[in-house]
Write a protein that binds this ligand. Structure first.
Ligand code: C6P
Length: 433
């Protein structure tokens, strides 16, 4: 499963060993039927057909445990946090704080104060660009990204470069959709101030060897932000092992609610960064002539936060922990393999993104139909996929396609669903062929 680029990466070795099924012999079977019972939406119908949800990269579905945690919070504990001395407020504050602890443990961060709650991956990247970036990037400097970034990991850096007179450089991807490692090495120069790259590409599924990339960048004294939005739902994450300086992800892609996200930053970096937004809760004291900012992570959480969102995210983490991220990765590796075979068996399909190491994304085009038409026929069959540029327009250009259709998997998907997907694609050929 590992690509050449991953060789020598201790982190990747760990991930692959775990995902390849190197689990204890007594590990119970992954009971997908039972798991599916935890997700009410998976039992609904669309156009009279059972829903086959294959748009997990856009957002994941939520287990009942998450829905219950949010409902319980609002019906039993709702109060503002860090403000009241009364029982409810203390309970809400504790629940919010517990959620932060769960995130820290889930990502294997060093300290709870290194976990900042945001609205999502997009806001987390903007936070770093507008604080760390503005402080450290000067005219003539360079920021290095890759050709497979989501717009959220392009535009904030582009805007920062414009503002500062810095240069945005883009490491190329190969025809199979892997990062060109030699080019990446060459493109880190003494002008590079920051590398920002995705762990897993949302449009190709490529898993980048982030541990190795961080070591290369750090070897040149360059800080690294890893966009983990498409990695956290599929792979066990070990931030201490990866060693990056910043890591971002979104709750809604990891079985939690929308409107909650995570920024991880090394404490010493967060400590030095100016606040992003200002207002209540991010201060220790305010006078009209001076304000003292709060300690980490509160300095970056101005105003009343998404308390219910954080609690829901904590419940989502409890849920996937009980399944085990290693078992999730192993199950999904089997599904991805099966889905790839299904796609290969359909006439006129071309898969976009054939990296040796991929996670849960099947992006493709068909001779017979435009991706939007594919999406529509699939929808008629109850199959939900995304069709479009996936907020990765430069990548579409790189592969010379206007758009792709994209099926993206989660641990609750089954081979039977992929058979329905395959049959629906045959119908695309019948209708348009
Ligand atoms: N990708 C997709 O369908 P937000 O919107 O902030 O939760 O996540 C942004 C984001 C950042 N990085 C990557 C790699 C992503 O895939 C996404 C979101 C969705 O592919 C919606 S465009």
């Amino acid at each position: 499963m590992a690509g050449a680029g991953q060789k020598g990466s201790k982190h990747m070795e760990t991930v692959l060993k775990r995902a390849a099924g190197a689990l204890p012999h007594n590990t119970p079977a992954f009971d997908v039927a039972a798991i599916r019972r935890d997700f009410p939406i998976l039992h609904t119908t669309v156009h009279g057909k059972p829903l086959v949800y294959l748009d997990n990269a856009a957002t994941s579905q939520k287990p009942q445990a998450v829905l219950d945690a949010i409902s319980r919070y609002y019906s039993e504990t709702n109060a503002n946090i860090h403000r009241g001395l009364y029982h409810l407020s203390e309970e809400a504050t504790k629940a919010y704080d517990d959620a932060r602890h769960k995130v820290m443990a889930f990502l294997n961060a060093r300290l709870k104060c290194e976990i900042v709650f945001t609205r999502g991956a997009t806001e987390s990247i903007n936070l770093v660009a507008q604080t760390y970036g503005r402080e450290h990037v000067k005219a003539g400097d360079e920021i290095l990204i890759t050709h497979m970034e989501h717009h959220s990991n392009i535009v904030p850096w582009q805007m920062l470069c414009r503002e500062k007179g810095a240069r945005l450089r883009v490491a190329p991807v190969t025809d199979t959709g892997e990062l060109d490692m030699d080019a990446f090495r060459r493109m880190i120069t003494d002008r590079t101030r920051l590398v920002a790259l995705t762990y897993v590409s949302n449009a190709l599924g490529t898993v980048n060897p982030v541990g190795e990339l961080v070591r290369i960048a750090h070897g040149n004294g360059v800080r690294v932000l890893v966009d983990g939005a498409q990695a956290v739902p599929h792979l066990p994450i070990d931030l201490l092992d990866i060693g990056c300086d910043f890591f971002v992800c979104s709750g809604h892609k990891m079985f939690g609610p929308t409107g909650i996200g995570i920024l991880y930053g090394r404490a010493e970096l967060l400590e030095d960064m100016p606040p992003y937004q200002s207002g209540g809760d991010m201060i220790l004291s305010v006078r009209f002539d001076e304000t003292t900012f709060n300690s980490l992570p509160h300095k970056f959480e101005a105003g009343t936060p998404n308390i219910a969102g954080a609690i829901g995210l904590g419940a989502a983490i409890d849920y996937v922990n009980q399944l085990g991220m290693e078992r999730i990765a192993a199950h999904e590796a089997g599904l991805l393999q099966y889905g790839t075979e299904v796609l290969r068996s359909v006439k006129g399909v071309r898969i976009i993104g054939n990296a040796a190491h991929k996670a849960s994304v099947l992006s493709f085009v068909m001779d017979a139909a435009h991706p939007h038409d594919i999406g529509q026929i699939l929808d008629e069959e109850g199959v939900a996929v995304r069709a479009g540029h996936h907020c990765a327009q430069p990548l579409m250009e790189r592969f010379d396609v206007p758009a792709t259709a994209r099926a993206s998997l989660a641990f609750y998907n089954t081979k039977e669903e992929l058979d329905v997907f395959g049959k629906a694609l045959e119908r695309v050929n019948e209708v348009f062929g």
